[in-house]
Design a protein around this ligand. Sequence first.
Ligand code: HEC
Length: 119
Amino acid sequence: MKLVPKMTVTGLAALLFTAVLPRAAAAEADVKTERLWKVKCASCHGADGKGKTETGEKLGIPDMTTADWQKKVTDAEAKTAILDGFKRPDKKDGMDGYKEKLEPVQVDALVAHVRSLGK
Ligand code: HEC
C-alpha cells in the first residue's frame, strides 16, 4: 500500500520533466519569436503575415498565410531572404537583410514562424 503514493509522486515528477517543462520552454520561445516578428517584420508583413500594411500594399508584399505562398517559398529561400534581404528585380524597394542584426537561432525561429503562418 505504501508503494502507491510513492509511485504517483515519481510518475508526476517524470511527467513534469518529460512533458510539461520542455513544452513550457517551447512556449516561451514561441512568445519571444512572436515578439521579434512584431518588432522587426510586422511593419511590412503585418502581425498576421498577410502583408496588408501600408508598406505591404506599397511594396506588393504577398499574403504568407496562403497555401500557395507556403508551397512556393521553401525554408531555404525564406532563410536566405531574412539573412540577405530580398528584392524583386522589377521593383525599386524590397527588404533589407538581417544577417548583422539577428542571431542564427532567431533566423531559424523566424523561418519556423513564417511556416506557422500557413497553418
Ligand atoms: C521594409 C519592409 C519589410 C520588412 C521590415 C521585412 N520584410 Fe520580408 N519582405 C519584404 C518584401 C518587399 C518582400 C518581397 C515580397 C515579394 O515581392 O514577394 C519580402 C519577402 C520576405 C520573404 C519571402 C522571400 C521569398 O523568397 O519570396 C520572407 C520569408 C520574409 N520577407 C521574411 C521577413 C522577416 C522574417 C522579417 C523580419 C525579420 C521581414 N521579412 C521584414 C519587406 C519587408
